[in-house]
Design a protein around this ligand. Structure first.
Ligand code: FES
Length: 147
C-alpha cells in the first residue's frame, strides 16, 4: 500500500481498516506493529483510531450497526430508531449480541443527512429508515450470514 500514498503517515487509516477487517479489531499488538512499520508512535496511532467511529480497539459483532442521532437524523426519528434497534437486538449501546452477530453504536453524522435517518452497517449505508425497514435490514444480514 505504501506505493499508492505520498507519505507513510497517509497510509495509516487505510492500513488500520485493512488490519481491522483481518483481525476483527485493533489490538495493542496490531497498533504497535503498524506504528513501527509507519514510523509513528503507538500514541499517534491510538489518536487516529479514537477519531474515527469505524475503527475499534475492542472486539465487535460481525455486523456493526451504527445509528446516527445527529441533528438531521434526530429530527427525523434517529433516536427512536436507535431505541428500536436496542429492543430488536436485545442489547444496549456499545454492546454485542450473545451470538456475536450484531453490535450497536450511536454515532455522529455519517454524511447521509439528506436521507435521514441513516445508519451504517460495516461498510453499507442504509437511508430513509423506519423501524420496519430496519427490521428487514437486520433480518437480511442474519439470513445472509446463515447461508
Ligand atoms: S445527521 Fe445523520 S447522517 Fe448527518
Amino acid at each position: 500500500m505504501l506505493g499508492h500514498y505520498p507519505t507513510k503517515r497517509s497510509v495509516l487509516v487505510p492500513t488500520l481498516l485493512y488490519a481491522q477487517d483481518e483481525h476483527g479489531f485493533l489490538s495493542d499488538e496490531v497498533i504497535h506493529e503498524l506504528a513501527q512499520r509507519l514510523e509513528l508512535t503507538d500514541l499517534e496511532v491510538c489518536n487516529v483510531i479514537s477519531y474515527y467511529s469505524m475503527l475499534t480497539t475492542k472486539p465487535r459483532g460481525k455486523f456493526n450497526v451504527q445509528v446516527c442521532t445527529n441533528i438531521a437524523c434526530l429530527v427525523r426519528g434517529g433516536e427512536e430508531l436507535l431505541d428500536h434497534c436496542k429492543q430488536r437486538l436485545g442489547i444496549g449501546k456499545a454492546e454485542t449480541t450473545a451470538d456475536g452477530l450484531f453490535s450497536l453504536e450511536e454515532v455522529e453524522c455519517i454524511g447521509a443527512c439528506s436521507w435521514a435517518p441513516a445508519a451504517q452497517v460495516n461498510y453499507d449505508f442504509h437511508e430513509n429508515l423506519t423501524p420496519d425497514k430496519m427490521d428487514q435490514i437486520l433480518e437480511n444480514y442474519k439470513t445472509n450470514e446463515s447461508h
